[in-house]
Ligand binder design. Sequence first.
Ligand SMILES: NC(=O)c1ccc[n+]([C@@H]2O[C@H](COP(=O)([O-])OP(=O)(O)OC[C@H]3O[C@@H](n4cnc5c(N)ncnc54)[C@H](OP(=O)(O)O)[C@@H]3O)[C@@H](O)[C@H]2O)c1
Length: 288
Amino acid sequence: MAGFDRPTPGVAIVGTGAIGRAVAHRLLAGGRDVTVWNRTESRARELVDAGALPARSVREAVSSSTLVLLTVKDHAAAEQCLAQLDPDLSGRTIVGMYTGTPSEARLAAQRVASLGAQYLDAGIQASPEMIGTDAATILYSGAPQAFEQHRTTLELLSQPRFVGTAPEAAAVWDLALFGVWYDAQLGLLRALETARAAGVDLVEFSRTASTQLGHVVAAVSATVSEMQQRSYPAGPADLTEHLTVLRHLIELRAGRRLGDGGLPEVVARIEALIAAGRGGEGLTATVE
Ligand SMILES: NC(=O)c1ccc[n+]([C@@H]2O[C@H](COP(=O)([O-])OP(=O)(O)OC[C@H]3O[C@@H](n4cnc5c(N)ncnc54)[C@H](OP(=O)(O)O)[C@@H]3O)[C@@H](O)[C@H]2O)c1
């Protein structure tokens, strides 16, 4: 086992699931020395066959390299891996490369700092097959010097985007961006479920649904500008008109498998704004 004071400039991958495997293959293709450890040893074998060095323990993997990527399932798994390490990891950067919450990112940063290493939190906006392509974005936050030190290696995986020195910044971006996808996709599923239950032709319906989704995309920059300027013009409908439609929608969605999408909270917010004399404003006023 390599001594803890002599890491190579290679990369250790802890966790060779779908993301870990994709990351390791890309780093190998990019000419990096890659050491791999996986809880279930057999799942790391394909990477060893491809040229990675096998580690017999998390400790051995971490001791081998200056950059350690924790590509495990979640924060609990990362904690279990970190618990196996000695507090003498100076010179190393540990990256939490899994989907987690902002508070988990803060805990991981504290844990890694207590081991003497630098921490980066990563949010993966990519599927395994996108790793290493222009379609992949990976968000990083935490120690800026660690990001700069390893930037060329991280660039092999995606367009790396440093989003803040607070350790939780990448998790905030990551979850908020996943939220955009879930809200849009679940909104589509609710609409399709309702249409199907009413015997509507789904292919016909989906053409107009696509146009509606396009309206959301087209309004992104105007919405941001309204929030920045704290100015909420009504646009095609004001809050009193939105209220009527949203009440109809809650009635239509009653008893549906995917629920009402939290619309009662939005309606309560709109009612409060109307009561405050702001019924002539637009929907963006609800986030003030
Ligand atoms: N796959 C995607 O498209 C995607 C996209 C964006 C973000 N992510 C995120 O990336 C992370 C990894 O996802 P994945 O798709 O690679 O998951 P995965 O294929 O299920 O792999 C999970 C990895 O975590 C390891 N693991 C689980 N529990 C462990 C523990 N207690 N101790 C040590 N190792 C443990 C597994 O080891 P074993 O082989 O021994 O089970 C495996 O290597 C997740 O947080 C996921 O949300 C994934």
